[in-house]
Each structure stands twice: as C-alpha cells, then as structure tokens.
Design a protein around this ligand. Sequence first.
Ligand SMILES: Cc1ncc(COP(=O)(O)O)c(C=O)c1O
Length: 456
Amino acid sequence: MTRKKQAPSLAVWDRQYLWHPFTQMQEWEQEEPLIIERGRGSYLFDTEGNRYLDGTSSIWVNLHGHRHPVLDRALNDQRSKVAHTTLLGLSNPPAILLARELVRIAPRGLTRVFFSDNGSTAVEVSLKMAVQYWKQARPEAGSKHSFVHLKLAYHGDTIGAVSVGNIELFHARFKPLLFPTRAVEPPYCYRCPLNMAFPECRLACLDPVEQVLRDHRQELAGLIIEPLMQAAAGMITQPPGYLKRIRELCTKYEVLLIADEVATGFGRTGTMFACHREGVTPDLMAISKGLTAGYLPLAATMTTEDIYRAFLGKYEEFKTFFHGHSYTGNPLGCAVALANLQVFRKEKTLTRLRSKISLLARLLKPLLHLPHVGEVRQQGFMVGIELVQDRSTKEPYPLEARIGHRVAQEARRRGLLLRPLGHIIVLMPPLSVSVDELTRMVNIVSRSIAAVTEHQ
Ligand SMILES: Cc1ncc(COP(=O)(O)O)c(C=O)c1O
C-alpha cells in the first residue's frame, strides 16, 4: 500500500507535542506518523483516506468492529443523560445494571464487582483486596501479603502490577520501587525449562509451583496468573489442565487465585472468560480491554461473597476498602459495556466465533513451513508467531534485529496494522472479522514474514 502524504500540521504537531507509549521517540521523530482518523468494522482509515485492517483490535480491545451501531447508540443515549457522576457515595443506573450482567456471565461464584478504569488498576485492586482480605478475614493467619506470579508475566504498568510482572526489558530498572514476590517458571512448552514435552511431562512444571505454595503459604496472599495465555510475554499458551491444577493448588495451600483476564476476557479465547475453559472460578478476577468492546477505558475487579464479606463491619472497625478512582463506574463506559454484552447475545458472537477460530487455525498451518517460524501459538482469537533465527536450534533473533518491527512495517505497507512483541508476531483480529478479512490478514502476515526473514 502506498500512502499519500500526511496533513502537514498534524504530523508536525505530533512530533512536537506528543510522547507515545512504549515508543523510542528519537526514532519516531524521524518518521512520518501514521495518523488514524476513523474506523469502520475491521478497518481503520488514516487522515489521507488510506485503509488498514486492524490486526491488533486496537491493542486487544475491539471486539465487534469499529462504529458498531448498537455501541454508538448506547454511548449517545447515555451522553444525552449525563457523562459522569461518581460512585463514591452515589450510584448510577449503567453501573448497577452492568455489575448485575457481569455477575451473570462471570465464572460461577464471582458475585461482586468493583469498578476502576484500566487493566493495571484492576490488577492493583485485586492485589490490595487480597492483602486486606487476609488481615480482616483471618488475622490469625499472620501476615499474608506476598504474591506468586509466573516469569515473563505482564499485568500492567503501575507499580503494583509491575511488581507481579517479570519482563526484564520493561521492569528491571524499577526494581528498587517494587515489592518482593516469588516468580515461578511459566509453562513455555516450546522452550521447556525442564526439557520435557506435553503431555508426557504430566505438567511437571507445576511441582516447583506447589513447592513455593507449600513452603511460603504463611506469607502468600495470592497467586496471579493470566489464564490460558500469557499474552505480552509472547503469547505463551498454557497446556490443558494447567489452570485447573493451579486452582487446586491455591485452594490446597490457602492462597487466593487472581485471574488477570484483562487480555483473555470477553471471548478472546473462544469462551466468555478463559477461566470458563477449565471450569475454574478464581477468587479475584481483573477485567478491562474488551469490557467496553474497545470504546472507552473501563475496568473491574470481580470477587466472591466470601472476600466481600471480610470487608463488612461497623465504620469504626475501619474494614472499608479505601480505594477508588475519579472515573470509577463512569456511566458512559458502563452504558457501552452493557451494550457490548447485548451484542454478544444478539449476534451470538461466541457461537459464530467457533468456526472462525477453526478457520484461523487452518489458515495459520502453512506458516509453519516458513523457514524462520519456530512456533505458531493460538488460543481462540489470540495468536503469537515466534520467529527464530535458526529453527533447528530455536535460536532467537537478537532484540536489536527488530525482526517483529520490520515484519509489522512490511505488513503495514500491505494494508495490515500489527504490533509485535519483540520477535513474536501477534495477530488479534476483532471477533467480528469476516472470513475474507481474516484470510487476508493471515495472508499478509505470511507474506510479510517471508519478505523480511528470507531476504535479509
Ligand atoms: C494481561 C494484562 N493485564 C493487564 C494489562 C494492563 O492493562 P492496561 O493497559 O489497560 O493498564 C494488560 C495490557 O496489555 C494485559 O495484557
């Protein structure tokens, strides 16, 4: 795709005034920015009218396509009533109705909803709730204030979320600010640290997890995990049975299970929540991204009646959860989230997704014949394609090669927007994508990988 020249002032002002996230601005300042002005369905359009397939669902949030009429209408209807009021000491209809709906669709047993405004804060809330829960529900249990998490985990960018994260490149320099945690090996089967293979391994990687839980149960408030798929880690899929076993271990050693469904929630893995796939109910669940189908920033932490009740008492007992944000339970966000769930029901989104997930798996298969594709990992509509320098040794590309970035640039020229994770090419189509669009997306991914890796 050849792009026409940008509206000059916007490009100049972007470079002059903006600071983009996860972006080396020195490099950005040398380039012509791609400025997206509007969207429709699976497509985004830049200021010059060029059209791109949204291969990241606008960073994993969009579900039903851009400008969905039901979502647009819900937003407009609510805007005509009020844009924002607070949940501190007041309530509002969309927040009440949404909380009720979320309880209906969540894993059984999650009966309370605490709103916040992005994935990181939903995680922060679950960590703080877990610590306060143990203090109030089981003071005799001692000081349970620490957490277990997987290596390579990503739970957001605020300090608590970074503390339970483990991506060296993003997190290392903040170590002095972080609280201590216990990190365990993830089930990264392609690069199994135990040199075993599933299913013969019988999930041997869970033995060290059990050991940590057994040895440190007195200090552990919770174990936090992205169920089924560690997304930002590089789309690392967990083998079947892994999550269920984690649930059993947490119950056995009295450590709360915190499911971070920020990326996996709302149909991404094929079921409404990833936890549903293994029949697991976590003690706390963080949700955001798809909650408003990509319309507005909104998040929630869901929990059980048992945890909720530990915060009840006379005012002077000070068991209150002293946490809240200015935009907690924002009526516009809640109204559009309610409409999102309505679209799921009306359009039978999850049922219709099934055949598209199978099609995606079929479309991805030939990619394994590309000489620099090490592994293709898929959970529903979440895909990670791991590029390697040498397939026989699985030698990764060095970060400096920026192989994923180069593939994304190539894909952009062909009309597809991607955002890789280092050497992992990520494909995250909107759930509403058509068969033709999906086919085109995979085709462009394949040709872009070939163009970059085979002609270096
Ligand atoms: C699993 C997971 N948790 C938390 C977050 C943080 O969400 P946010 O970017 O909305 O703060 C992300 C973001 O990608 C995520 O993938």
